[in-house]
Every structure is written in C-alpha cells, then in structure tokens.
Ligand binder design. Structure first.
Ligand SMILES: Nc1ncnc2c1ncn2[C@@H]1O[C@H](COP(=O)(O)OP(=O)(O)OP(=O)(O)O)[C@@H](O)[C@H]1O
Length: 692
C-alpha cells in the first residue's frame, strides 16, 4: 500500500480526523466532474451522524450514490474491487483532466471484498440484516451489495408485489381456446408467439410481452384486450381497461397505433367500444403531484381498473415500478410490453431487462408448456427453448418473447443490423453496414464538423427521387407554407401549418451517444443551428428564434408538457388579450397535445424553463420515439457509455433509413462488443413457489 492509501483508508483505530482526507479526495473528484456533489454530500451527512465512520464506509457510500447516476441501484463491492475506476465517471480515453488525482484503483489496492464488507457491517450507518431491528439506517448491505435504503426498499417492494402477482391466478376468460382460435384465425407462424402471449397474459395477474421493433406487441395486446373483453361485455360487466406509457411521446405513438389496430379488429361493435385507444403517461395515470415524489394513487388509494397495459416498459425505472405495483388493485392484470434489448431508463434500475432474463431461452416449466400447447393448439417442442421450472424461473412462466419482425423482413438492412448488433457481433454488423443491397443503411466517416457530407445529410432533400429526410425539409416547409400574416388568428390554417412543420421535423433526428465533446449533444446542437443559419434557413442560432426545435426536459403539469415532448418556435397570429386591441404576430412554441386529438398547444417561450435545443438528442432521450430517418453520431473516443444497447436503441429508432456517422474507426466495433451492465438484485430475488 502506498502512503496515500494508508492515509486515506486507515484502519478503524486511526483518529477520526483522517476521515476528512476521504472527504478531500471526494471533493477533488467532484471538482473534475468524476463524482456528483450529491454523492459527496451523502458521505458528509454520514460523517455528521457518525463522526467515527471508517473511510471505507464513507467511500462506499459516495460510490453507491454515484452508481445511481449510472443507473445501478446498488454498489457491488466485489465487482467494484475488480474494476474500481469504473465506479466513477472518468473522462473518455485521451482526456487529461485530473491527471494528478488519485483513482479509486489506487485507493482500494489491497482491500479485499471481505474487509470492505466487514467495515460496512460494523458501521452504525449500515443495516446488514435487512428486515431486522436496524431498519432506520441509511445504508443497507445485502451480501456484497450496498444500497441506499430507499432503493433497497423499492427493490423489495417490487420483488414482493411481483411474487404475489405471479402466484395469483385470476379466473380464465370464458371460452379462452375458442376466442384465441377466432382472433388468430389468420395465423401463419408456428408456433405463433403472439397467440401464446395472449394465452399467458390471460391466465395471470402479471405478464410480459417482449420483442424487437415490429414484432407485433401492439397487435398482440389489442387481441388480448378483445379476448378478455368479449365474455365480460356479453355478461354486461365490461372490464375497466387502461393503457399507459412512460413518456408523452411513447403514449402518443401507442395511441396512434392502437387506434389503427382496434379499427381493423374482427370483433362486435360493443366489444370494440370497450377497448380503449387513449394512452396516458404513467405519471398522469398515477396522479403526479407537484413538489413530491408521492402519487395520488398508492396502496391506500388504488387505481380503479381491472387491466393495465404499459408499453415501452424498458423505460420504467425501479422507483416508478414500485409505485405502479403499489397502486394496482390486487385483482387487476398488469401486462408489460417492451423491447428488453433497448437501453434501460436513465434513472436507476433496468427493470424490464432484469425481468426478461430468461425470455430468450423460454424456460417454461412442464406445466406451463403443456398448458400453452393445449390452449394455443400448437406444439412448441421445435422452438429450441430451454427447459425451466416454476421455482427457479417464476417470471419466465408469464413471459413471452415475440421473435418474428413483421416490419423488418429479410431485405431490411435496419432489421439485419439491429439483429447483428444485438448479438454483439461487431464484425457482422460492420459487414451489414457495407452491403450495397441494403438501401436503408448509410454510413460515413466524417473528417470533422465541417465535413461537407455532414451538411448534406443534415439538410436532406425531400424533393429528390429517393429522398433522405433532413432538417432542411421542415424549415423549407415552414417558410413556403406559412399562412398569410393577415389571416385571422382563429383560422385553422395556423394550426395546420404548425402541425405539418412538427410532423416534418419528426421525420429526421440526429442522435448522439454522449453529451460532452465535439460530437456530443451540446456541441452538435450549436454547430447544426449555426450551419442552418448560415444556409439562410434559420434567422438566428441562439436564444429564441423561429424554427428552433426544443425538447422538454422536465414534466410541467401547469403547461401540460411532459419530459420528452418536442416543440418548435413559430411566429403565429394571436388573438389580443383585451377586447378592442388588434391581433398580433408573436413567437410561440407549438407542441403536439399528445392526447390523440391531433391538436396543438402554443406556449410563450419565456414560460419554458426546462427545455433544450434538439437538433441533436441523446439516444437515451430518443427512447419511445421513431423517425423515418435516424442518424447516430458516434464520438471520436471510446467510453463505457458506448454500449451495444445504445447502438441497438439508436438503430431501432429508424423506421425507413438509418445513417451511422462515425468520427473515428473502431469506436462502432468497440461499442457493439460492449454490453451494458446494470446492477440490481431483481435477478436473484423473485422467489415464488408453484401456485399449483
Ligand atoms: N401476425 C401478423 N401478421 C401480419 N402482420 C402483422 C402481424 N403482427 C403484426 N403485424 C404487422 O406488423 C407491423 C408492426 O406490428 P405492431 O405495431 O403490432 O408491432 P410492435 O411490436 O408493437 O411495434 P413497435 O416496434 O412499434 O413497438 C404492423 O403493421 C402490423 O400490422
């Protein structure tokens, strides 16, 4: 051990004053941006409560807090000791900042997992027998995982609630087999996983339907709702069904696609009328209240519903999952839809990924397999699944993975690229990108921000024979289709124009892997605004200007805007506030209402405090959205943030064309080969015995 290590991580007999050295170390990390001030504040708080706290305890607390910012709900002490520096937000390779500052690997050299666990277990700040008498202590040690108590509680709540739901067996809908036969009469897949997903979801109080883009999650759930609703409508007691999604954008997308699917469903009119098409955000469903993380609906005031379907479930974080499960009445069925391979939510917890651990392998028990084959009328023997049992794989018994993409067939480059990236096969992914037969894939190696090809792609050309959408399209439309300025404010032409500008903007999106650096969101937004201004398409590139697209970064219930909503500043004609005054031309930001009405809301720019320009957005923020043309920009440096989930999520945002913009060779391959690791205890914890 070096002198510094001995000083900083002194054994317990060392004077408490040495603890300030750990705080000083944490302070240095905060200064260079490797740690959040919040993480250090936790260590300070613990030291206030227990002035004798061991440095190892304070360090672990700060690192556990920091893991939350990386999406991990806990700090795994053993894993941290294997790669200590990954526990901080170190700069990408090649950056010099903080060269003289000690790294966690230097501090923790020689410390064993056992010694770290022992130091924590001995601390009055740590509860190492969860469920025992120390339930007020701020940290929880479970095996070698250290949690902040709040996240430990959420995890236990989710585990307990899922355990209860997995054991519940609601009454099967009357005529289940005949209903499935009728609704899937046109089935051509063998086995038809959509049909089997409906069957599983109909038998339990909890189920998951996972699948990649276009595998028919919405199609399946619409048929499931018909299956559940047919007998209850006949009996005169229709089910109360609600649909939800984590963001306004995702809710709007599902509202649109579910409306289409319900319209073409082969069911009687009364059944169709009882299948909802409106999708709420989870926050609205649960009843968000300003200035508190507690919702109006909870275990004491449960939601009034019998069936809840939540789409884009990969975006649900652990805290939201705990709140959602608490607010569900025990008898209700919960169906989660989502793509388990997408990036998890920005917040802590990769709930869907954790719950879908066995989805690929199937892991159905003999009972489940027999039941599925009998009810679905098809054998799943040839599907190549792994055997499972209800005790070891309780979630698998209520999970179906849809395996066939109806949107991206064999000739789709986007589909093939997504599949190779998902397999972490970097070489195959590179080959797919280079194959000329895939006309929906484009890739370029940019020489720098001034590379003329970057400008060409950003501008796009809607008038070309084979157009590739870009930002020039919405700006041209904005200028060319602007209503005459003397058109009265209440003329629908104003809203129609704003809607078509928003729709044109929505056809293209630049996606960034990182926030900082020349190819990060912040720099690219500035650069692209400047580029469009120099081309005469924008009047300005700073402040509020007509054509500025903005992304809402925080829910604002007063304005009716949700995190993730996108608006565009437009000069429109507005009615006067006071009678007798003339109408005037004003700059307002047009947002879709996202309520299925197709209407817009116009907001005063000065009322928007939590927004950012969105010529470029992070891949994280793009979840739940889809663009005709998505362009992923990879930075010049490798980083732990560049993972296959990130690349996969970016590719699957594109419905028609995908462009990869590289700035250095090898970064794409490194990202595809690097799977994301999210730590949680959900994988270990759901222990449910057979209900039978
Ligand atoms: N069994 C099927 N047979 C034929 N076409 C299907 C089938 N299932 C779905 N489709 C079609 O495939 C397309 C995608 O289906 P759907 O929207 O249900 O998929 P999804 O998984 O919800 O997609 P997303 O990636 O948007 O979430 C739709 O056009 C749908 O009509």
């Amino acid at each position: 051990m070096s002198i510094e290590q001995l000083d900083l991580l002194a054994p317990s007999e060392a004077p408490p004053a040495l603890n300030t050295d750990v705080l000083h170390q944490l302070e240095q990390w905060v200064e260079v941006g490797w740690l959040r001030a919040l993480d250090r504040a936790l260590a300070v708080f613990l030291l206030d409560l227990a002035p004798d706290s061991e440095p190892l305890v304070l360090l672990a607390a700060a690192l556990a807090s920091h893991q939350l910012g990386h999406g991990h709900v806990c700090l795994d002490l053993g894993a941290t000791l294997q790669a200590p520096d990954l526990s901080l937000s170190l700069p990408p390779e090649g950056q010099e900042a903080g060269r003289d500052i000690l790294l966690p690997s230097q501090l923790l050299g020689g410390v064993t997992t056992q010694a770290w666990c022992d130091a924590l277990a001995a601390s009055p700040m740590v509860d190492n027998q969860p469920g025992g008498e120390h339930c007020e202590r701020p940290l929880v040690l479970h095996g070698q995982r250290l949690y902040l108590r709040r996240y430990w509680r959420y995890e236990r709540q989710v585990v307990a609630a899922l355990g209860r739901r997995l054991q519940a067996r609601p009454a099967l809908p009357a005529g289940l087999e005949q209903g499935l036969e009728r609704l899937f009469a046109d089935s051509r897949q063998h086995p038809d996983w959509q049909k089997l997903a409906c069957a599983l979801a109909a038998r339990g109080a909890f189920s998951i339907i996972t699948g990649g883009p276009g595998t028919g999650k919405t199609t399946t759930v619409v048929r499931l709702l018909a299956l559940l609703q047919e007998p209850t409508v006949t009996a005169g007691q229709p089910l109360r069904i609600r649909l939800a999604a984590p963001t306004g954008k995702a809710a709007a997308r599902l509202t649109e696609s579910i409306g289409r699917q319900v319209g073409s469903l082969q069911v009687s009119a009364p059944v169709r009328e009882h299948i909802p098409t409106q999708v709420a955000t989870l926050h609205r469903l649960l009843g968000s209240r300003p200035d508190t993380r507690h919702f109006r609906h909870h275990a004491g005031n449960p939601l009034a519903l019998d069936v809840l379907v939540v789409d884009e479930a990969s975006m649900i974080d652990l805290e939201m999952m705990a709140s959602l499960l608490a607010a569900l009445p025990p008898h209700a069925r919960l169906v989660l839809l989502g793509d388990k391979d997408q990036l998890a939510s920005v917040e802590a917890g990769a709930v869907l990924g954790d719950l879908c651990r066995d989805a690929e392998a199937g892991r159905y028990s003999e009972d489940t397999r027999q039941w599925l084959e009998q009810v679905g009328g098809q054998s799943i023997a040839a599907a190549g699944l792994q055997p499972g049992d209800v005790d070891r794989h309780p979630l698998a018994q209520q999970t179906v993975m849809l395996r066939h993409s109806h949107r991206f067939g064999a000739d789709s480059g986007i589909g093939e690229l997504a599949r190779t990236v998902n397999r972490a096969d970097a070489q195959a992914a590179r080959q797919v990108l280079g194959q000329r037969q895939y006309r929906d894939l484009h890739s370029h190696l940019a020489s720098g921000l001034e590379d003329p090809r970057l400008a060409t792609m950003i501008l796009g050309n809607a008038a070309a024979a084979d157009p590739l959408p870009g930002y020039g399209d919405y700006l041209t439309l904005l200028a060319q289709q602007r209503p005459a300025s003397d058109l009265p404010a209440d003329d629908p032409a104003w809203e129609d124009w704003a809607r078509s500008v928003l729709e044109a903007f929505d056809r293209f999106q630049v996606l960034c892997a990182v926030r900082k650096g020349p190819w990060g969101v912040e720099s690219l937004n500035r650069h692209l605004a400047g580029l469009l201004q120099r081309r005469g398409l924008l009047p300005a590139a700073q402040g509020w200007y007509e054509g500025r697209p903005v992304l809402v970064t925080r829910n604002d219930y007063g304005l009716g805007l949700m995190n993730g909503d996108i608006g565009i500043a437009l000069t429109i004609r507005e009615r006067p506030l006071h009678a007798g005054e003339p109408e005037r031309m004003v700059l307002r930001v047009a947002f879709p209402r996202n309520d299925g009405s197709g209407r817009l809301r116009f907001v005063l720019p000065s009322r928007l405090s939590e927004v950012e320009t969105v010529f470029a957005m992070t891949v994280h923020k793009s979840q739940g959205s889809e663009f005709a043309h998505a362009m992923l920009v990879l930075p010049e440096t490798r980083s732990p943030l560049l993972t296959k989930e990130l690349v996969y999520t970016a590719i699957t945002r594109a419905s028609r064309d995908f462009t990869l913009l590289e700035t250095r060779t090898g970064v794409f391959e490194a990202a595809v080969a690097q799977p994301v690791r999210r730590l949680s205890g959900l994988d270990l914890a759901v222990e449910v015995s057979s209900p039978d």
